[in-house]
Design a protein around this ligand. Structure first.
Ligand code: ZN
Length: 188
């Protein structure tokens, strides 16, 4: 299979970089959207890297895939609470490819950009500022909006290599793909 891309999951050091970028992104989003620690619990999401993804959550066309599930896999209380849940699936192999392709792009600032961007999507879905199921035109407009918000949140941050990432990825159209499981769909 010559075209098959090698999907090598992040190693220990890359996972640590991902962890740091998640904590930076969550703090920025908390400040920006004025979300308190207790309020964060209402935002049901999880950020997973390649080693913890299901086959259908892996793609070779974007940095991430956002899966919307009607129920959190960690929740066993069926039907007790509305359990809309977002799983942000980081595509390690695609992120690494971007870092290897361009000497100006470093992992930490790139991961910070990606995670911040995805969390803005999640907050906007959860606050009904944007519908998960929308038209391609609406999706394209939302994507531009989320890139602009990501830029706004990150532009004054002092992170080495961040200006290069902001320059390179603010109009990147293949940031992520979205995949929803309809409410009525029955899982086996
Ligand atoms: Zn996006």
């Amino acid at each position: 299979m010559p075209q098959e891309m090698k999907r090598v999951p992040f190693g220990r050091e890359e996972i640590e970089v991902l962890r740091q970028s998640i904590s930076v992104a969550e703090e920025l989003i908390s400040d920006f959207y004025k979300i308190s620690t207790s309020e964060w619990k209402r935002y049901r999401y999880d950020i997973q890297s390649l080693k913890d993804l299901l086959e259908e959550e892996i793609i070779d066309t974007a940095f991430a895939q956002v899966h919307r599930y009607s129920q959190s896999p960690h929740q066993r209380l069926r039907g007790s609470e509305r359990g809309e849940f977002f799983k942000i699936c980081i595509q390690d192999h695609m992120v690494r490819k971007a870092v290897q392709r361009d000497a100006h792009i470093q992992l930490f600032p790139l991961m910070t950009y990606i995670v911040t961007h995805e969390l803005i999507h999640v907050v906007r879905f959860a606050r009904f500022l944007h519908q998960f199921y929308s038209t391609p035109a609406e999706e394209a407009a939302e994507e531009r909006r989320v890139h602009a918000l990501t830029y706004q949140l990150l532009e004054n941050l002092k992170i080495k290599g961040l200006p290069e990432v902001l320059q390179a990825f603010t109009d990147c159209r293949t940031m992520e793909t979205f995949h929803g499981t309809q409410e009525t769909a029955s899982q086996g």
